[in-house]
Design a protein around this ligand. Structure first.
Ligand SMILES: Cc1ncc(COP(=O)(O)O)c(C=O)c1O
Length: 377
């Protein structure tokens, strides 16, 4: 391996996470402890959510949302194909059918006009994915929700602390699902959260999260819990919560660092983007990014693959992202469709390293070699 190898991602390391984890080990309280509650409260207050439940993943948060809206066979849920498998799995696990719609090339988020064309009487919900931490056009999706009386769920796996107008992403639809997986801006190992914005679901969510029991709703009058319905073990463990809480306590530093690096890339690459590659837009008046990833979109798969190899040979780890779900063998069994923008973008897309401990000298090296590559095409 190159002696100055630049890894694609390194989770931020905080002293308080270590201290928190040691406290959990000492107290021997590994489930439903103080750090789970502290994380929930912190997130809830920070993003102005009515209710936040810490889960063991964004996947589980999405699954809970699907159980809550009570999907039935033949119910359709519209979503992008350019997303992680979890978005579609949550729908299938509840017996519904994912309907894949194309994204826009300028932000890789669902194209609202195409979404509206796919809404019919079977449509129960739309799951928007705020790709790379950048908000979808939520005003439009809220209008669709109201007009067609359907649920709106935000897959905010990438976008904790991103904003649309004055609202935090994940708090705008009926539910928002966050990921705190080790690949994300804030890390709890395998961890996530569900923001329940449609408060009528709060009680039922607590039952589903605790294996179908009303244990978390007990009060002094009712001493024994009972089985209330279906559910599973969806809650985050105390060790994960302790790790995450250490990170949340440094949220300002973590987000500011990511923003700073993102902006350096943006300033350098915006001048260079040309017929061979382009980059996404920066924050706008209405949208504040969570700066989860910085991407270059090359015009072909061949160029993208050559770039990844070129950077690897120079000790820099870069990654592509999703393989569109509708193009996978499993996805084709749902329906054979064509989504031209998705099919073009996935081929050209590559992510550059972006994390708080990335040094300026490393950022400059990444930029220098990227530009060298682009100039040599
Ligand atoms: C858009 C999207 N949704 C959901 C997930 C699943 O997140 P988790 O690993 O926390 O279950 C991911 C994971 O990367 C994702 O990218």
């Amino acid at each position: 391996m190159h002696n100055k190898y630049i890894k694609f991602n390194i989770p931020y390391d905080t002293k308080s996470s270590k201290k928190n984890i040691l406290k959990v080990l000492k107290n021997k309280k590994f489930a439903d402890g103080e750090f789970q509650k502290k994380c929930q409260l912190f997130i809830q207050n920070k993003i102005n959510s009515k209710c936040v439940e810490l889960t063991h993943s964004c996947s589980s948060a999405l699954e809970i949302a699907m159980l809550l809206i009570n999907l039935k066979k033949n119910d359709e849920v519209i979503m992008p194909s350019y997303t992680f498998t979890s978005t579609a799995n949550a729908v299938l696990l509840s017996g519904g059918k994912p309907v894949f719609v194309d994204v826009r090339s300028d932000d890789i988020n669902l194209d609202p006009k195409l979404v509206e064309k796919k809404i019919n009487k079977k449509t129960k919900a739309i799951i928007v994915v705020h790709y790379a931490g950048n908000s979808c056009d939520m005003s439009y999706f809220l209008k669709l929700k109201k007009k067609h009386q359907i649920y709106l769920i935000e897959d905010a796996a990438h976008s904790f602390l991103g904003k649309y107008k004055d609202k935090y992403l994940g708090t705008i639809g009926d539910f928002g699902a966050f990921s705190f997986h080790e690949t994300k801006n804030f890390v709890g190992g395998q961890c996530g959260a569900l923001s329940i914005n449609n408060i009528k679901f709060r009680k039922q969510a607590k039952i589903i999260l605790d294996k179908g029991t009303d244990r978390s709703l007990l009060n002094n009058k009712k001493k024994y819990y009972s089985w209330k319905g279906i559910g599973s073990e969806y809650r985050a463990t105390e060790l994960s919560s302790a790790l995450l809480f250490g990170q949340l306590s440094k949220y300002n530093y973590i987000q500011k660092s990511r923003e700073r690096i993102w902006n350096i890339y943006f300033q350098k690459f915006k001048k260079n983007s040309d017929k061979n590659f382009y980059i996404l837009k920066n924050n706008t008046k209405f949208k504040v990014s969570a700066h989860h990833v910085f991407i270059l979109i090359f015009k072909s798969l061949n160029l993208r693959n050559k770039f990844i190899l070129y950077m690897k040979q120079r000790g820099i780890e870069c990654f592509f992202h999703y393989y569109p779900l509708h193009m996978s063998n499993f996805g084709k069994k749902i329906k054979k469709i064509k989504l031209p923008v998705t099919e073009k973008i996935y081929k050209g897309l590559v992510r550059l390293p972006l994390y708080p401990s990335l040094k300026l000298s490393q950022i400059n090296r990444i930029i220098r070699f990227s530009k060298k590559f682009v100039n040599s095409i």
